[in-house]
Ligand binder design. Structure first.
Ligand code: PRX
Length: 658
């Protein structure tokens, strides 16, 4: 983020000064209600994390808590455990009948699955995977809608020590192909399709297209979710239910080392190639179980917890699958869109299932604000006792609306900052202890050591903007980038040295040590809480025959956080008009996924460049946001900016007219 933007954001945040002490009744029953937890963790972070690792069941205890060879870290060295055992088996004796997931399909079908039932399904699939030749360490790609078979597939992999790579169902064939190839996956688990806003998402068709350009996949397991007929390739494709039919519902969990890989999950970086973030078993499970217990104040006996993210993103991995299941709680798993069939879908689910905790993204909250309070007010939301937010900075206005209209003015709102790379929440309130300030993610979780520093790594102190850093390892942190440890070092540690993790976010500290997150400082955009690199979208655009050059920036958007704006120079013989704009949007949707389609495309004969030919995105961002232009003295072709600005302004006027 450029400095001017940072200042503006700080000014806006400073205007919001309301504070909320934890309600007494909440504190009285909270899992975390003793503030000395912070002191203990600060004095001896390793002892703290060790106490959290004890929440899990280990088949062999670790010999050493932390082995830190910066920039690498290993946790609970020598310890052995299995993630699926921790998420399922250990709950069976006392609470096998407890519901693990109340699953709700978008068309209205629903199913509640107990821990016992989920365990049986996971064992059957684990046995089937073994029969198909999957061995410990092999990678399995999963491309499924939000159906119970998705967590079951992840846990089946974990059970036999295979590494899962879940690819979000909204991604295109091309994105799936690249992820399968990068991790060299052996098996793909997909579905005939899924439902989204009443439409059928053709997952199998996309998968077939992806598989035409992958060599590693030996078998494809296809869950029947829709009634559509899909092509099945003889000898390669197997129907999920047929495969499970003959399998035993018992399968010994594989004993895994704490540092064995649990999964890889791809996320956007600043280049065109997504990074395969590697998470291991013991530290990751410790981090997600501990944060889920303390931040969401989970009471497995009575809570109905709902994280409304998609499992295809890290939020779903950590706070729909591994955290909640490790803690033995009951979750809601909803397949579809918040506005289908109407804009009160979430609230009818909360009412029907008496959800007690809701965790969602600012972009969803802002959409609901726009739809109006009539929708939530039609429903009884009195069961909700705690609310969470994740994925992007939440503006104070949305925070207050969420607390007021969804939380009846009394439910604490925990704004949780973290990333695919950190695996678990790093900055958040503990709702029974921490005073809340709308717009601030508050303070680092116990055992997490953070700071805000300047370019040189010097702490900026209270009041000014700077860069967020993490100064100590934490167990759920990524271990490396799959197959590319150099990129791991360069991306996260080159800037401040091997001991200081640089997440790529701007932040400000206030005089009480609260963190105010200010958004990304690199070329990563955050669209509706999803990460995309400008470069990825540019690569997709220039791959189109009519595009000579493209520059992409994120424009501040009141609903989505950021919206994608593309500046495109057409090749000679091609005209930049509405038809081409439509075609390019479709093209990007097909190349990456619908979320990556630019909201606006501005055609221009040239792009603003420095004398060395570097595109000045900073200036394009100013144009997109309608701000005064920054310094243009280093430009080799300054006049082009006026032209671009005129076009952008006239597009904005067109939009206003509509
Ligand atoms: O910029 C931060 C933003 O989302 C980025 C991480 O994106 P991803 O890996 O896709 O994970 C999203 C879900 C954990 C961060 O670098 N971000 C996430 N949570 C917050 C946030 N920004 C401000 N406040 C948050 N609570």
């Amino acid at each position: 983020m450029v400095e001017k933007e940072v200042e503006r954001t700080i000014d806006a945040l400073l205007e919001e000064r309301r504070e909320f002490e934890p309600p007494k009744e909440f504190t009285a029953q909270a899992n975390a209600n003793d503030p000395s937890i912070y002191e203990h963790a600060q004095k001896d972070p390793e002892a703290w994390w060790e106490s959290q690792a004890e929440r899990l069941s280990w088949s062999k205890k670790w010999d050493k808590v932390l082995e830190w060879n910066p920039p690498h870290q290993e946790w609970f060295v020598g310890g052995k455990l299995n993630a699926s055992y921790n998420c399922l088996d250990r709950h069976l004796e006392e609470s096998g009948d407890r519901i693990a997931y109340h699953w709700i399909g978008e068309p209205g079908d629903a199913r509640s699955i107990s821990y016992q039932e989920l365990h049986a399904e996971v064992c059957k699939l684990a046995n089937a995977l073994k029969e198909l030749g999957v061995q410990k360490g092999d990678r399995v790609a999963i491309y499924l809608p939000m159906i119970p078979e998705l967590p079951a597939s992840m846990l089946a992999c974990a059970r036999i020590g295979a590494v899962h790579s879940v690819v979000f169902g909204g991604f295109s064939a091309g994105s799936l192909r690249d992820r399968i190839n990068d991790a060299d996956c052996k098996i793909l688990i997909t579905a005939d399709g899924g439902y989204r806003r009443g439409q059928n998402v053709p997952l199998k068709e996309n998968a077939d297209e992806a598989l035409a350009e992958t060599e590693s996949i030996e078998k494809v397991i296809v869950v029947k979710r829709t009634t559509d007929d899909v092509a099945m390739s003889d000898g390669r494709d197997i129907v999920y239910s047929d495969l499970l039919e003959s399998q035993s519902d018992k399968c010994e969990p594989e004993e895994m080392d704490a540092e064995d890989m649990l999964y890889v999950l791809y996320t956007s970086g600043t280049t065109g190639k997504p990074k395969g973030i590697v998470h291991t078993t013991g530290g990751y499970l410790t981090g997600v179980s501990s944060t889920h217990h303390l931040i969401f104040d989970i009471k497995p006996d009575s809570d109905v917890y709902w994280c409304a993210a998609d499992i295809g993103w890290v939020t779903g991995h950590s706070y729909i699958v591994y955290g909640p299941l490790a803690n033995g709680c009951t979750s809601i798993l909803y397949e579809g869109a918040p506005d289908y069939p109407d804009k009160d879908r979430y609230w009818s689910i909360v009412e029907e299932y008496k959800a007690t905790i809701l965790y969602t993204a600012p972009t969803a909250i802002r959409a609901m604000m726009k739809w109006g309070v009539d929708y939530p007010q039609k429903h009884d939301l009195s069961s909700l006792r705690l609310l969470g937010s994740v994925g992007e900075p939440i503006n104070p206005e949305a925070w207050i609306w969420y607390q007021e209209f969804i939380g009846a003015g009394k439910a604490p709102v925990v704004d949780t900052w973290w990333q695919t790379e950190t695996g678990a929440i790093m900055i958040s309130a503990l709702p029974g202890i921490t005073k809340l300030k709308p717009g601030s993610a508050t303070v680092p979780f116990p055992g997490v050591v953070a700071d805000v520093v300047d370019e040189k790594g010097e702490p900026v102190g209270p009041g000014s903007g700077g860069y967020l850093v993490l100064k100590r390892p934490a167990p759920a942190m990524m271990r490396t980038i799959f197959g590319d440890d150099d990129r791991y070092r360069e991306t996260y540690f080159e800037r401040y040295g091997d001991e200081t993790y640089f997440p790529g976010d701007g932040a400000r500290l206030d005089d009480e040590g609260y963190y105010w997150l200010l958004g990304r400082v690199d070329d990563v955009m955050n669209v509706a809480g999803h990460r995309l690199s400008t470069y990825e979208v540019e690569s997709a655009l220039v791959a189109h025959e009519s595009v000579a050059e493209a520059a992409v920036v994120g424009r501040t958007d009141p609903k989505e956080g950021q919206a994608i704006v593309a500046f495109v120079t057409p090749r000679s013989g091609h005209e930049g008009n509405e038809d081409l704009s439509k075609e390019l949007r479709q093209h990007v949707g097909k190349a990456i996924g619908k979320i990556a389609r630019p909201q606006s495309i501005i055609f221009t004969d040239d792009l603003p460049k420095t004398r060395s030919g570097k595109i000045m995105r900073r200036l394009l961002r100013d144009v997109a946001d309608g701000n005064e232009l920054g310094d243009v003295t280093t430009l080799q072709n300054a006049p082009i900016l006026d032209e671009i600005k005129k076009k952008a302004d006239s597009q904005a006027d067109d939009k206003d007219d509509k």
